[in-house]
Design a protein around this ligand. Structure first.
Ligand code: NOJ
Length: 560
């Protein structure tokens, strides 16, 4: 395959709402983002992925789109978008937009017509969505078609009295699912993508891409995820979209899907496939859930970190795609807690664990995605009032926790540890009021620690997390680390991740301790010729047996 630009990319994910506010209304926007392009360029990233910027009632911060062709007033206007794309391109940076194909907002014109039987376009759009008539129990009470549960914690069905039907929404009730059996709907979505391609975007991140097909026999199930996730037919839709839209226009596409077999992985992002170029999967995420917790269950239950799980996932994906496809590597996005609070240590070992996580990820082969604020070690929020949270998911789940027996404090702790809002608080540029993000109170509160953790504090400090990330990205490019071959050492060890990334010219050995205690590692590999090029405590000679300090991390290089 001819080499593609995205194989040399270092992607930076911008959560637009919280990146930089230019007009001081407390909400990040395109002008703010454009004003920070030089910051991003200087950091060493060369591609920017922007979270959804389309017109939206913002029930799910823009993943609920009411007009795909309009820019949300919160973020500016179309001229601001064009200007952003141009200025990124002048700097040799690529632009990736989010593309939401699974659902619209309930305020989209299609849905307004679909739900209203007297709307002039009702017949045209009703079938753009997924409807089912009610069931009735013996007493004649109306029942939902199934007991399926949405990803945000409530039922997937919402009753629409004018048609006496339920519509399906696998996320919030303001996000009705689109019907991919409808050819006109598919044609309209393809036109949306082409319209943005004509404007100059270089790629898309395709939201919720494994949910497009549903089991139309609507079997009973609770939560029933297997009936609306990863059904085989979604590959057909993605392939069709790829063949007709992405490939002929030469734009990059990265999908989003939770888990895959080798066969599926190759369908999604094998070099020979027509669906995507790369895949955001979640194999290494949430590797610390406590299955015995039934009060704040699932991803909400914070348990012991399972380091084996993390390395097995990276290993599995590298092996599945090795030579046949291309890996994306990342720690987290806007749907997860901050990685330093999640897999690192955001108090005593903030700097050490932040560097350890950076070495561990950014020395691996593949195309990396950096999430905004990760480069300065932004941490989880410390909100103590439910009203401080913003995410639609938080409120349904909070009620669930109480109904499962959690106290208010236990529920709040789960939100602080695990909610998506952790990754969404405004960027901490400096120590001024509102952290240099805005001069007005932002749409969600700045993290309590912004006076200590902010970019300005780190710019001149050679040992800061910011400068460590910058150094890593430079090394990545110079050494062509994206292209290397990954081999894990000591696969069975529960505390450390140790691997070699072998490039054409060198071997890099990365040693990382994921714990707050000292651990001894045995290195049963050929150790001669390695030089210590990066460390988070002090430089160390490579030895067959080493005692690592808490979160210690070392990078060694050997020329071939
Ligand atoms: C995945 C997105 O990353 C998430 O933020 C969103 O809520 C869902 N898809 C629904 O669009």
């Amino acid at each position: 395959m001819k080499r593609k630009w995205w194989q040399d990319a270092i992607i930076y994910q911008v959560y637009l709402r919280s990146f930089k506010d230019s007009n001081n209304d407390g909400i990040g926007d395109f002008k703010g983002l454009t004003s920070k392009l030089d910051y991003l360029k200087n950091l060493g990233v060369n591609t920017v992925w922007v979270s959804p910027h389309y017109k939206s009632p913002m029930d799910d911060n823009g993943y609920d789109i009411s007009d795909y062709f309009k820019v949300s007033k919160d973020y500016g206007n179309i001229d601001d978008v064009i200007d952003f794309i141009e200025k990124a391109h002048i700097r040799n940076m690529k632009v990736i937009f989010d593309l939401v194909l699974n659902h619209t907002s309930d305020e989209h014109e299609w849905f307004k017509a679909a739900k209203n039987p007297v709307h002039v376009d009702h017949h045209k759009y009703h079938d753009y969505y997924i409807w089912q008539t009610p069931k009735y129990d013996k007493q004649g009470n109306r029942q939902m078609p199934t007991q399926w549960r949405s990803w945000f914690g409530g039922p997937v069905w919402e009753y629409n009295p004018p048609t006496n039907e339920y519509y399906l929404h696998i996320f919030s009730k303001k996000m009705p699912d689109l019907n991919w059996h409808n050819d006109n709907m598919k044609r309209d979505l393809k036109d949306v993508a082409r319209w943005w391609i004509d404007l100059g975007v270089d790629g898309f991140r395709v939201d919720a891409s494994n949910h497009l097909e549903k089991d139309w026999s609507f079997p009973e199930g609770h939560p029933g995820y297997e009936y609306f996730s990863s059904l085989p037919k979604h590959h057909e839709y993605l392939e069709e979209f790829g063949v007709e839209v992405f490939k002929p226009n030469n734009v990059m596409a990265m999908g989003e899907a939770g888990g895959a077999t080798k066969e599926e992985a190759l369908k999604y992002c094998g070099f020979e496939n027509d669906e995507f170029d790369m895949l955001i999967h979640f194999g290494h995420c949430w590797a610390d859930c406590d299955d015995s917790n039934h009060i704040t269950p699932g991803k909400w239950s914070k348990g012991q970190i399972d380091v084996l799980h993390i390395k097995k996932s990276f290993d599995k994906w590298f092996k599945m795609l090795n030579g046949d496809g291309w890996n994306l590597i990342y720690w987290h996005n806007h749907d997860h807690p901050r990685v330093i609070s999640h897999y690192g240590n955001d108090s005593v070992y903030h700097n050490e664990s932040g560097k350890m996580l950076a070495f561990c990820l950014y020395m691996m082969p593949g195309t990396p995605i950096v999430y905004q604020g990760e480069e300065i070690g932004m941490t989880n929020v410390d909100y103590h009032n439910l009203e401080d949270f913003r995410d639609v998911e938080v409120f349904t789940e909070y009620d669930n926790f109480l109904s499962f027996g959690a106290t208010h404090e236990v529920a709040m702790q789960a939100l602080r540890d695990r909610s998506r809002d952790n990754a969404r608080s405004p960027f901490q540029w400096d120590a001024t009021k509102y952290s240099g993000f805005s001069t007005t109170k932002p749409w969600m509160n700045i993290n309590y620690n912004y006076k200590v953790i902010n970019l300005e504090n780190q710019l001149e400090d050679k040992s800061s997390l910011y400068n460590t990330h910058k150094e890593l990205f430079k090394l990545r490019k110079e050494e062509k680390l994206n292209d290397g071959v990954l081999e894990f050492i000591n696969m069975k060890d529960k505390n450390t991740i140790i691997y070699v990334n072998e490039t054409e010219t060198s071997k890099f050995l990365i040693i990382t301790n994921f714990t707050t205690h000292k651990v001894i590692v045995d290195l049963d590999i050929e150790l001669t010729g390695y030089r210590n090029i990066m460390y988070n405590y002090t430089a160390r000679e490579l030895l067959p047996k080493m005692k690592l300090l808490p979160y210690e991390a070392l990078v060694y290089k050997k020329e071939k």
